[in-house]
Design a protein around this ligand. Structure first.
Ligand code: PMP
Length: 362
């Protein structure tokens, strides 16, 4: 059988060893006689799984002790509403939320937030087709804003921050790290809130990770649903209501796997190598084109176009025949996209590069 490499943007490839372990534990977790899926979230077995996952993630990202890690539901888009519901109580009305518009996902966040507060787009690269992060010096930020929201890796546009965003004094920075969390080292202390849907670098869909500084936990609006109230969720160790137990278990296996393979620093070194390899192939001649400014190119999501777009279908068919799957670009931008998350081995990137060269040669 041809070896398969899955370039999906998410849900996405997971480490094979994690899937194998989950398979071997599917019917009977550690002699408990139960699948993790069948366990009470309040039983000692699941509590142990949960606490280990939390501790491993805290270690991997060096999350300071004054931050809570929440395992929530509702996805990245859910947080677009959950965040204003939790933070707008910090400032009086009318409240302003600052945004930097760098692509599709920050765009969606802006739209949702506008239902709750005044939105100020402090900077935007829309006019340039979302090909870069506007430099920090050009941002027109609001003193006293409720918070500043950024998407530090735009999954569709392939644009990634190469600097830590700064907000005016006292204004928390909220970062959507859905598609690059755990792919590079971050200084959590520079952010007020970090959130990420799990289905790229963490585990199965249905789990949303939120890392929030403790002093920001208790500013929810009265209308904030209890199940989404960060303070409430934190006080109940993410078990105010039933959490996505199986997704948390798989995430825990991924965290343990990352720790055993050198942690985030090792992942980052490997991710740089993988991204360099792929961009070099795309840049080699003008058969392929990635439009993103070099300094802002994502290491995780690499969109590209064929010079002759009439060849798109035959490119995808040939890729599929070689086991290179899910390379079709997002429907909103067309073209191709290779997502090369932590779990994509360098062999997968090399196989794609070989195919790119072969196809261009033909
Ligand atoms: N933010 C980013 C950066 C994303 O890539 C995605 C999903 N692709 C989302 C938010 C939305 O996540 P969800 O579908 O989990 O709501």
């Amino acid at each position: 059988m041809t070896q398969i490499f899955n370039f999906s943007a998410g849900p996405a490839v997971l480490p094979k060893e994690v899937l194998q372990q989950a398979a071997s534990e599917m019917l009977d977790w550690h002699g408990s006689g139960m699948s993790v899926m069948e366990m009470s979230h309040r039983g000692p077995e699941f509590i142990a799984i949960y606490r280990q996952a939390e501790a491993d993630l805290r270690e991997l990202l060096a999350v300071p002790s004054n931050y809570k890690i929440l395992f929530m539901q509702g996805g990245g888009l859910g947080q677009n509403a959950i965040i204003p519901l939790n933070l707008l109580g910090r400032v009086g009305t009318p409240a302003t939320i600052d945004f930097v518009h760098t692509g599709s996902w920050s765009g969606k966040s802006i739209k949702e937030a506008a239902r709750y507060a005044d939105v100020n787009v402090a900077a935007s690269s829309q006019a340039e087709g979302f090909t870069r992060v506007p430099p920090q010096e050009s941002w027109r930020l609001t003193e006293g804003a409720a918070y500043l929201h950024v998407c530090t890796n735009e999954t569709i546009d392939g644009v990634e921050y190469n600097f830590v965003p700064r907000a005016p004094a006292g204004v928390p920075v909220v970062a959507d790290m859905s598609s690059h969390i755990l792919s590079r080292q971050i200084d959590v202390a520079r952010y007020g809130v970090i959130f990420a849907g799990a289905q790229k670098n963490i585990g199965p869909a249905g789990l949303t990770l939120v890392i929030v500084r403790e002093d920001l936990l208790d500013y929810a609006l009265p209308i904030c649903p209890s199940a989404f109230h960060w303070k409430n969720v934190a006080e109940h160790e993410s078990m105010f209501n039933t959490p996505p137990t199986y997704a948390i278990y798989i995430a825990g296996l991924v965290f343990a796997h990352l720790k055993a393979h050198g942690g985030v620093a090792a992942m980052e070194a490997r991710n740089i190598q993988k991204a360099d390899l792929l961009y070099a192939a795309l840049d080699a001649d003008d058969f392929y084109r990635n439009r993103v400014e070099v300094s802002c190119r994502s290491r995780m999501n690499i969109p590209f176009y064929l010079r002759d777009e009439s060849l798109n279908e035959s490119f995808l068919a040939g890729a599929k025949a070689r086991g290179l799957l899910q390379l079709k670009g997002h429907k909103s931008v067309g073209g191709m996209r290779a997502s090369i998350y932590n779990a994509m081995p360098i062999e997968g990137v090399q196989a794609l590069v070989d195919y790119l060269n072969e196809f261009a040669g033909r």
